[in-house]
Design a binder for this molecule. Structure first.
Ligand SMILES: Nc1ncnc2c1ncn2[C@@H]1O[C@H](COP(=O)(O)OP(=O)(O)O)[C@@H](O)[C@H]1O
Ligand SMILES: [Mg+2]
Length: 232
C-alpha cells in the first residue's frame, strides 16, 4: 500500500453557496498500480489530484503515506512530501519556453543536486527513456505537442517519484499521439514500478489503468479492479 485516502473532503465557498468539490472520498492507492480517474467536467478530478500531490489542502480528511499519517495542515511537511515522492504531468505541458528540453529537466534536478554535469547526464538519460534523446537541445516551440508532453513526463520523473500524478495528459493531443503518451506511461508503470494516478476524459485512455475510479459530484461512483500488475 502506498497511500490510504480517508474521508477526503474539499469545500469551496462560492457566491452562490458552498460546494464539495471532493466529497468524503476514501480509497487506497496500491504500490505499483496504475489508477485512472474519469468523470464529467467539474466532478472534482483535478481537485482530488492536487490534494493527493500535496498542492492543495483539503477541508477535512486524512492521507496515510507508507503507513505514516501526513500532516495535511503543514505546508512545510507537504512540500517535503511533494519533492520526495510526487511527480506531476499536466495537460498543458508547462515547459519553460526559453529553456531547451534538457534544461527543462535540469531545473527540476537542480533543486536537489547542484552538480551540473551530473544533472545533464541524468536529464539526457530521462529523455532517452521517453525516446527523445535526439531532441535534447531543442526548445519547446521546436517540438511537436507529443514531444513536449514527453519532455514534461521526463521532467516529472526527474526526482524518481514513487507516485506520478497526471491530469488529462493526453487532453491536448490527437488519438495517435495520445496512444504514444499512454504507452510511455504504461512502460514507466511496468518497468520503473512507478505508481500512477491519471485523470482522463477519454474512456480509451482509462483502459490503460488496472484500477478505474469514476467520480461524480465529488463522490466515488465506480471502483473496479481490472488486474493486478505489480505488488511489492
Ligand atoms: N478554486 C476554486 N474555487 C471555487 N470553486 C472551485 C475551485 N476549483 C474548483 N472549483 C469547483 O470545484 C468543482 C470541481 O472542480 P475540478 O476539481 O476542477 O473538476 P474536474 O477536474 O473534474 O473538472 C467544480 O464545481 C469547480 O467549479
Ligand atoms: Mg480538471
Amino acid at each position: 500500500m502506498l497511500i490510504q485516502i480517508k474521508d477526503l473532503t474539499k469545500t469551496y465557498q462560492r457566491h452562490n453557496g458552498a460546494i464539495n468539490a471532493v466529497d468524503s472520498l476514501s480509497f487506497d492507492i496500491d504500490k505499483g498500480s496504475f489508477i485512472t480517474i474519469t468523470g464529467p467536467s467539474g466532478s472534482g478530478k483535478t481537485t482530488l489530484l492536487l490534494i493527493i500531490g500535496g498542492l492543495l489542502r483539503p477541508t477535512s480528511g486524512r492521507m496515510i503515506y507508507g503507513g505514516n499519517e501526513l500532516n495535511l495542515d503543514s505546508d512545510e511537511e507537504m512540500a517535503i512530501f511533494r519533492s520526495n515522492h510526487i511527480g506531476f504531468v499536466m495537460q498543458s505541458f508547462a515547459l519553460v519556453p526559453y529553456l531547451t528540453a534538457v534544461e527543462n529537466i535540469m531545473i527540476a534536478l537542480n533543486v536537489k543536486n547542484k552538480n551540473k554535469a551530473e544533472n545533464r547526464n541524468r536529464a539526457i538519460e530521462l529523455l532517452k527513456w521517453v525516446g527523445l534523446d535526439d531532441r535534447t537541445t531543442h526548445y519547446p516551440r521546436e517540438l511537436s505537442a507529443g514531444q513536449q508532453q514527453r519532455v514534461a513526463i521526463a521532467r516529472a520523473l526527474a526526482n524518481s517519484p514513487d507516485l506520478l500524478l497526471a491530469d488529462e495528459p493526453t487532453g491536448n493531443l490527437d488519438p495517435g499521439l495520445s496512444r504514444e503518451i499512454l504507452s510511455i506511461l504504461s512502460k514507466i508503470n511496468k518497468e520503473q514500478k512507478t505508481t500512477i494516478v491519471m485523470v482522463t476524459h477519454s474512456p480509451v485512455a482509462a483502459e490503460y489503468g488496472d484500477v478505474k475510479i469514476h467520480l461524480q459530484e465529488g463522490k466515488l461512483l465506480g471502483h473496479s479492479i481490472m488486474k493486478k500488475v505489480f505488488v511489492s
